[in-house]
Design a protein around this ligand. Sequence first.
Ligand SMILES: NC(=O)c1ccc[n+]([C@@H]2O[C@H](COP(=O)([O-])OP(=O)(O)OC[C@H]3O[C@@H](n4cnc5c(N)ncnc54)[C@H](O)[C@@H]3O)[C@@H](O)[C@H]2O)c1
Length: 461
Amino acid sequence: MEFKRKILCIGAGYVGGITMAVIADKCPEYKVTLVDIDHEKIDRWNSDRLPIFEPGLDEIVKRRRGKNLFFVKDMERAIKEADIIFVSVNTPTKEFGIGAGMAADLQFWEKTAREIKEYAESDKIIVEKSTLPVRTASAMERILSSGNKGIHFEIISNPEFLSEGSAVKDLEEPDRVLIGYKDTPSGKKARDEIIEIYAHWVPREKIIASNIWSSELSKLVANAFLAQRVSSINSITPLCEITGADISEVSYAVGTDSRIGSKFLNPSVGFGGSCFKKDILNLVYICRYYGLNEVADYWEGVVKINEYQRERFVRRMLDAMFHTLANKKICLFGFAFKANTDDTRESSAIYVAKRLIEERAHLSITDPKALENAKKDLKGIDVNVKYIEDPYEAAKGCDAIAVMTEWDIYRELDYERIYRDMRKPAFIFDGRNILDHKRLFEIGFNVYPIGKPELIHHEPY
Ligand SMILES: NC(=O)c1ccc[n+]([C@@H]2O[C@H](COP(=O)([O-])OP(=O)(O)OC[C@H]3O[C@@H](n4cnc5c(N)ncnc54)[C@H](O)[C@@H]3O)[C@@H](O)[C@H]2O)c1
């Protein structure tokens, strides 16, 4: 079949894989190819066991794979063939040198730009899909146009706003699609080609075209605002615990104000995920670079509150369980950074697990999708850690349960059965406030929600 246009995506991870599957599904006349340096990942995309779990993804990949959706290893050929190249490689926080622990590490990004330059034989549109510091497009342009081969590369910024766990739906029904372009004739032409792709299923008024720098910066700012809301509500939880106020009631009262809104006001053990922390720190770094230290301090506070909230959770466990966790068995309900994903990057569960291991506790970790990743995260320090898929088995013989991920299944378990099989006194620390605390207390648990007074049975002396 003759395809209208050939799209390539470099980087077949969470964003590249899911976005391209949806584009292939919505635009059958476009050929969509993905390439990745991780060849094992490409093999898994071509198998029945996809490399990532995301609700609805398996069906789409099965429907389009081999028709107009392809996963390949030959980078050179893929680049030569493509008209439009999306770049969706990872941009983690830099771990070395200047900006370590803050700035975005652009080495994968630069490597990709150099590969495109080396192999391209015709004009191409390059789409920034990764989250990047503002003004990356100009660096990309400089690399691509150095030693000019007479090929024109037009750079478009098209940041991704999908949220893991609901990514397919987010892509199918986005709040908006942002397309940043350069205000030149070739920039406008490229903008229109990218708009044409999304216009297959996204209403035109939701496709926003903007200046390329605004587009790059908007992605960082959107994540910083979302994370800020989580840290804002979490910052109030210790005050509730001390004063007897209830964070659910406070959050409801605040969130019903239409100027504020209710989303992202759920208290928790802290936000996780691959993006929030790295994107805020990236923003902080850029602000410091431009000498905006007060602004940088302000946003850095969002990350600090998150770290404080995680540590506070562990301290509360320690205090509640008689100031020692050594040799106690603690069951973690969930390890993914949130429900409906197998992704554990920056999950609060990693931090809590490491701290509990330092306190010499024995862990039993359960999660419906993320145990493989949990094993990788705790590799080398997990002699006293068990990974058990069945939550009933995982909780057996434990002193405490700590809810780390808001998976629905944890709301529906038979907690009487779980209580019977645990050591007494039995504790539950609900790091997501998803359980029925009163009922658990009646069963016999000592219950520690977030941002609410604890419910404890005072043992007779
Ligand atoms: N995960 C999210 O929820 C999310 C949402 C919006 C935006 N983003 C942004 O999208 C980007 C990608 O994130 P992700 O979660 O998909 O990361 P990921 O780690 O899941 O995927 C990145 C992929 O790029 C591949 N890669 C790296 N260098 C390469 C190279 N030179 N050539 C070919 N492949 C290469 C890696 O092997 C990996 O498979 C990041 O910038 C991230 O900030 C992520």
